[in-house]
Design a protein around this ligand. Structure first.
Ligand code: FE2
Length: 412
C-alpha cells in the first residue's frame, strides 16, 4: 500500500487485571461527555431520576458500515424502562418527524445476570453524522456512517493486546485523539481469558469512556479473536470464548472468522489464528474464496492475531505449532501473495513491526524486508508488569484511494 501512513504512539503495558465492581468505573477518569443536544435541554428538577447513561455503551458493526450501525451496552433490564434507540441525522435532529426508532434485543451476558442490549440501525445514509439516544432519558450521543465511496482518505486505528490498566486507558485516549473513523482490535482485548467477567466488562467500560472522536462521536470497534479471549488459548470450541461472542456474535454469527465489507471499496478479512478454528482446512478454503471474490476490490486488509512471522517469539515455539505463525506461513501467506493483499494487520507479539511487501509471483513470502521498529513487553503473556521502556503500540492507518498495488489476475 504505497500511501500507507504509519505513526506509532506509546501506550500499553499489561498488569493489574483486577476490578472491584462489575459495572462500576474501576479507573479514576473524567466522566464521559455526551454530545450536546441539538436543542438546549430543559433544566431538570432535582426530583427526576438521573439520566440513563450506560458505562458500557459502544458501537460496532455486523454489516456494511456505510449504511448500518450497531449500538450495544451491557446492563440489567431494570436500569431503564425504555431501551429503544431513537436516532436521526444530525442535520435533521431538530425536526421531530426525522427521528426513527429501533427496538433493542437482549441476550444474556455470561456468568452474570447482566444482559447485552443490541440494536442494529439500518438503511442509514453513508458518510452522515447521526444523533441517537436510548429511550427518553439518556444523553444524546453521536456516530458517523462510513462514506459510500473512498473518494477521500479512510483512516482508522489498529491495535491489539490491550488489557485494562492505566496504560491501556492512556492508549485509548491517545488513539481517540487521532479521530479515527473506527478502531480495529486484533485480538486479546481485555485479557479475560474466557473466564473473567470483571476483565471483560472493564475493557468495554474503558473503551466506552475514552474512545470518543471529535464532538463526542463514538468510535466503532471491530474485533478479531485472540488467544486471551479463549479459555485455553488455542484449539478450543466457541463456548470457551463466552464474552467475545456475547458481544460480537453479530459479526461472527457462526464462524470465528468473517469479512466486513465497506461498500465496494474496503474489505476487512478478520481471521482466527487457531483459537476456535484451525488455520488450515475450512478456514483456509473460506479465505481463498473470500479473496478470490474480492480480487478486484481496491482495498482488502486482513486482520489476525498471531503473526506469520513472529518478531519476538520463536518461529517454532514450545507448544507445537500454536502461536508460532507456522500455520499462517503454510496456509495463508501463499494466498495473501496470490491475491496481493496489501496489508495484514498482526498482533500478539507486542512489538511494532512494519513489513514491506513484494508481489513477485514466485516469491515464497508475501511479507519481507520487515523492520522491527519497537519491542514491547511480554508482560501480558507472563502476567508480570511491563518492563519500563517497553510498550505496546497501536498504528493509525490510512487507506488512500486506489492504493492496492497492481491488478489482480482474473479467473480461479
Ligand atoms: Fe495474544
Amino acid at each position: 500500500m504505497s500511501d500507507l501512513s504509519r505513526r506509532s504512539f506509546l501506550g500499553t503495558s499489561f498488569a493489574s487485571l483486577a476490578t472491584s465492581k462489575l459495572l462500576a468505573q474501576d479507573q479514576p477518569a473524567e466522566p464521559k461527555k455526551p454530545v450536546e443536544p441539538t436543542k438546549p435541554a430543559e433544566p431538570k428538577k432535582s426530583t427526576e431520576p438521573a439520566a440513563f447513561q450506560p458505562n458500557t455503551l459502544f458501537l460496532t458493526w455486523q454489516r456494511d458500515p456505510t449504511t448500518t450501525m450497531t449500538v450495544q451496552w451491557i446492563g440489567v433490564s431494570s436500569e431503564t424502562a425504555d431501551t429503544t434507540i431513537q436516532f436521526a441525522k444530525l442535520s435533521e435532529a431538530a425536526v421531530t418527524t426525522a427521528w426513527q426508532s429501533q427496538q433493542t434485543a437482549t441476550k444474556p451476558y455470561p456468568l452474570t445476570d447482566f444482559k447485552v442490549f443490541r440494536a442494529e440501525l439500518t438503511g442509514l445514509t453513508p458518510g452522515t453524522d447521526y444523533e441517537f439516544h436510548i429511550g427518553k432519558s439518556s444523553p444524546t450521543y453521536r456516530f458517523r456512517t462510513m462514506p459510500a465511496k473512498a473518494n477521500d482518505t479512510i483512516h482508522f486505528i489498529s491495535g491489539g493486546d490491550c488489557g485494562i490498566n492505566s496504560h491501556a486507558i492512556a492508549n485509548n485516549i491517545q488513539a481517540a485523539r487521532q479521530d479515527p473513523m473506527f478502531a480495529v482490535v486484533g485480538g486479546d482485548l481485555g485479557y479475560d481469558n474466557g473466564r473473567s467477567v470483571e476483565v471483560s466488562l472493564a475493557f468495554i467500560r474503558n473503551y466506552s469512556q475514552h474512545m470518543l472522536g471529535r464532538n463526542g462521536r463514538l468510535i466503532p470497534l471491530i474485533p478479531c479473536i485472540g488467544n486471551h479471549e479463549v479459555d485455553g488459548g488455542f484449539g478450543k470450541p466457541r463456548d470457551k470464548a463466552p464474552f467475545f461472542y456475547a458481544l460480537f456474535d453479530g459479526l461472527f454469527p457462526e464462524t470465528s472468522y468473517t469479512t466486513l465489507d465497506f461498500g465496494d471499496y474496503l474489505s476487512l478479512v478478520l481471521l482466527d489464528t487457531g483459537h476456535n478454528t484451525a488455520i488450515g482446512g475450512a478456514q483456509t478454503d473460506w479465505l481463498e474464496e473470500t479473496l478470490r471474490e474480492r480480487r478486484d476490490h481496491p482495498h482488502v486488509v486482513a486482520v489476525n492475531h498471531v503473526p506469520a512471522y513472529p518478531s519476538y517469539r520463536s518461529m517454532t515455539g514450545l507448544l507445537g505449532k500454536a502461536g508460532t505463525g507456522e500455520e499462517n506461513r503454510k496456509h495463508w501467506v501463499p494466498l495473501f501473495e496470490k491475491y496481493r493483499v496489501p496489508v495484514v494487520l498482526e498482533h500478539h507479539d507486542h512489538t511494532l513491526e512494519a513489513a514491506a511487501q513484494r508481489h513477485g509471483p514466485r516469491q515464497r513470502s508475501a511479507v519481507s524486508g520487515r523492520r522491527l521498529m519497537g519491542q514491547t513487553s511480554r508482560a501480558a503473556e507472563s502476567g508480570k508488569p511491563a518492563a519500563p521502556g517497553r510498550t505496546q503500540r497501536r498504528l493509525p492507518l490510512v487507506v488512500a484511494p486506489h492504493s492496492r498495488p497492481g491488478a489482480i489476475p482474473s479467473g480461479p
